[in-house]
Write a protein that binds this ligand. Structure first.
Ligand SMILES: Cc1cc2nc3c(=O)[nH]c(=O)nc-3n(C[C@H](O)[C@H](O)[C@H](O)COP(=O)(O)OP(=O)(O)OC[C@H]3O[C@@H](n4cnc5c(N)ncnc54)[C@H](O)[C@@H]3O)c2cc1C
Length: 496
């Protein structure tokens, strides 16, 4: 058995530094060297500022103090995503994090609510989501400090400044013995068995390793240019292929959520940080030119631009083999699904989690590689299906883009999920998935997809008990949220 003694990470964007920090945390420096090569001349993509709740868990697992991290990255709290004008114009819904309601006895909360709804109760599902109620009222309080209260089931993620995160993780990794090399990789040399032997920098230096992480962003220098691994192209399912992004001044109350507002040919994001707001327009080049996208973005900004808007083309999909031989592709080099549910950083972390789970010796047993690729592909497909749902269930037909969305082909896995849900609100849940039942229920509900009936099992519980529980739970959440600090107050008390 020949253990890996040197891992080379090529690329120092969010993926490179997050991967490096995770590896440095888990691998003893005396057993395995890690060297990261990055090129300041090339730079990073500079977007990617909204996260999902497992990101907070990751920070904690790395032993990073959350407060210190929030201060260093100008982060704000994120309770979910508000979707404006997606189902139809002037319609808004919320995808909250955390739980929605609590089971009544052994009965699923959603099913109890569904029965009440069917019998004429006017409560909305989101009345029972502590995150939604906090977001609607501009409030925030960490659920970990309110465990046995009506908001105890809430959860949160962070909005972060991507450049500051990379800087923070660089400091973290270097303090744990990581070697950073500045330089531009110009060539990749392979051994007779196809494995990568070393990369060559522009000034002629060679960097050898037993294993390589391709974190070079859309350039995909190792996995694509050197190893020729192709990508699955999911553009048929997901229509957007470009984004235009800009940083803007802070303005108005600090939202505790990401806002995604549908536009004529895509949607605009608004991500609030402590020191500025990130805004951008994700659109389809079939229906919108770059200059139209620029005007739409600038027209809809609700605060002054701090820099020139930047167009970022992308292709939706992932590498057919995310891990090949002794090369693992991570981040944009491995794949990209548009940022509607802010899942890219999560997929980076999952990629490294699985790599550590199937950690190879130098020969990189193909059985480990196969399992890794199977697990990661399942994650990408889950995220793809969830995002496709947001588009395909639209009722909008006021532009050619939205008309085309109504005709989008559905992946079989999504079609089955929808059919199952429509039958009686049942969920198709896999192992260890990012989006749990409450996420799917929120988006189904927001996009107007309802079960035909509730589960007949719910008739075994006294309906008066359901009514009572709903009334009490709704009032308890609303009553507590009213007394919480605003998002701004909470941040300034912690970090002001
Ligand atoms: C429009 C848009 C919005 C997004 N929003 C979100 C979001 O809200 N949430 C989220 O989780 N993700 C989001 N993402 C994805 C997120 O930006 C990326 O997953 C994340 O930034 C990781 O990028 P990366 O590190 O893979 O690539 P990059 O940031 O491009 O970094 C590549 C690195 O490789 C280096 N490099 C490249 N070539 C060479 C070379 N020849 N030699 C040496 N070094 C080299 C570069 O210098 C750089 O350091 C978004 C992406 C886009 C396009």
């Amino acid at each position: 058995m020949q253990p890996l003694s040197k891992i080379v990470v090529v690329g120092g964007g969010t993926s490179g530094w997050l991967a490096a920090a995770m590896l440095r945390h888990h691998l003893k420096p005396e057993l395995c060297d890690i060297e990261l090569i990055e090129s300041e001349e090339i730079g990073t993509i500079g977007v990617g500022e909204s996260t999902v709740p497992p990101f907070v868990g990751l920070i904690q697992r790395l032993g990073i103090d959350e407060q210190e991290f929030i201060r260093a990255t100008e982060a704000t709290y994120k309770l979910g995503i508000q979707f404006v004008d997606w189902h139809q114009r002037s319609h808004t819904y919320f995808h909250p994090f955390g739980a929605i309601g609590k089971p009544i006895g052994t009965h699923d909360f959603y099913q109890c609510w569904l029965k009440a709804r069917t019998l004429g109760d006017s409560s909305s599902l989101q009345d029972f989501s502590p995150c939604n109620v906090m977001a609607e009222n501009g409030r925030f309080f960490p659920p970990a400090r309110a465990r046995n209260t009506p908001i105890g089931g809430a959860n949160y993620a962070l909005h972060i400044d991507a450049a500051l995160v990379a800087r923070y993780l660089r400091g973290y990794s270097e303090a744990r013995g990581l070697k950073r090399t500045e330089g531009r990789v110009t060539d990749v040399h392979r051994k007779d068995n196809g494995f990568i032997d070393h990369v060559v920098l522009a000034d002629g230096r060679k960097v050898h390793g037993d294993f390589f992480l391709d974190c070079t962003g859309f350039r995909a220098l190792l996995i694509d240019k050197a190893l020729g691994v192709e990508s699955n192209d999911w553009s048929d399912y997901l229509p957007c292929d470009r984004a235009i992004a800009v940083r803007t001044e802070n303005h108005g109350p600090l939202l505790g959520y990401t806002r995604a507002t549908a536009q004529k040919a895509g949607w605009m994001w608004r991500i609030p940080l402590q020191h500025r707001i990130g805004q951008g327009y994700v659109y389809s080049s079939r229906f919108c030119s770059d200059s139209e996208a620029r005007s739409t973005l600038l027209r809809n900004l609700n605060s002054g631009a701090l820099d020139e808007p930047r167009v970022i083309p992308f292709t939706t999909g992932h590498r057919k083999e995310l891990w090949k031989l002794n090369c693992l592709s991570v981040g944009l080099a491995g794949g990209f699904l548009e940022p509607l549910e802010a899942t890219a950083m999560h997929l980076i972390a999952r990629g490294i989690d699985f790599f550590l789970r199937y950690f190879p010796t130098r020969d990189c047993d193909p059985a480990l590689i196969r399992e890794y690729n199977r697990r990661m592909t399942a994650d990408y497909e889950e995220v793809r299906d969830f995002i496709v749902l947001h588009y395909s269930a639209t009722r909008r037909d006021d532009s050619p883009f939205w008309q085309a969305c109504q005709q989008l082909p559905l992946p079989d896995s999504l079609r089955e999920r929808i059919e199952l849900f429509q039958s009686q609100g049942a969920m198709r849940e896999g192992t260890d998935e990012l989006f749990r039942a409450s996420s799917w229920q929120s988006v189904f509900e927001g996009m107007g997809i309802r079960p035909r009936t509730y589960s007949p099992r719910i008739d075994n519980i006294d309906y008066a008990q359901i009514q009572d529980t709903l009334r009490t739970a709704k009032a308890a959440i609303a009553g507590m949220v009213e007394h919480l600090p605003t998002h701004e107050q909470f941040l300034s008390r912690q970090f002001g």
